[in-house]
Design a protein around this ligand. Sequence first.
Ligand SMILES: [Ca+2]
Ligand SMILES: [Ca+2]
Ligand SMILES: [Ca+2]
Length: 356
Amino acid sequence: MKRRFFLSFSLFCIILIPMTFSRVQANQQPTSILSAWLKNPVTIDGKFTSTDEWEEATPVDVKIGEYDPGVDFTMRIWAKNDKKDLYLLYRVVYDISLYDDADDAGISYFWPEYNLVTGWENNDASFCSVNPAYEGWTRDYYGWDETRFYKDVEAVPPGENNVEGRGTYDGNYYWFEMKKPLDSGDGYDWTLEPGETYGWHEGTPGKSDSLIVYFFDESKEFVFTGDILLTIAQQEKTRPLSQVSIGDLPLSMEMITGVLTIGAAGVGIAGWMTRTRRAHKRKKILFERFMAEIDNAYSDFKMNARRVEADLHSLNNEVLDEFKQGTLDEGHYNVLNERIDDYMNEVKEQIEKEKP
Ligand SMILES: [Ca+2]
Ligand SMILES: [Ca+2]
Ligand SMILES: [Ca+2]
């Protein structure tokens, strides 16, 4: 088995980018990926935590090199985002004889365009490993200077590691699941906006930004890379909770009990199942509406932090009420709660900053 890219880890940072750039110059078309608007919550554990965890994202195969000469080596990628974070899941088929826990994967972004004299003005790279010894699974870099990257956490002033991630190997595939803010605000990361597309797409190689995914076998010294064009999803239009029509209303616990009783006695098991599915769907609709409401409330926090704090507080009460009534599942309730807490912390920081 031969591979095209044989690079040592120490050479990786030196060679990866020029190599990638030369591939761009060879007119390797980037692969388009549409990030989906997040509907189902993601647990960062390096696998499909449930069957529907990634169902709203359409996977795309990206050629990342040649496994054998003439045979494409691909990475399957799922992408989704909400207002705050980008989520990525990579799957790479890899022979068990080659597996070890020193392997990793990631994504790097370079912008605004390549300059032959000064190189890239800005760049950001996120790495995820199958090994917790890899600084807690992930690394966050910046500052590519044609020789190496630098860690955000070692910058002056220091940035943060804003990458959450986890890699696993299941005997056939490597899986890498990652989460990174669209705009961490730490000054060493990308800033991605909903509705925008990122990556080389201007027709002239090097005359635009560049977004690269890679898989990297550190011990075997193989590096595989692919250029992508990633479109960040915009929020789908939803009606506020106060305008939800009767047909969409979530069932209360009493209503569900009533439906079950009528279903069991009246129309039998088929009717009961249909209704149970509807109840499940209604719970999901309610969950999605809350997610959208919370994101909406949060989006203005830099304009009016105190109002957002009040809105989040009242949403928190609504979520708790729905959970108590049984119209939200515990898993959904936990996700909403955690999201409100995250946003609330940021809003409180903003309020502190605004204090005279
Ligand atoms: Ca997962
Ligand atoms: Ca960072
Ligand atoms: Ca960074």
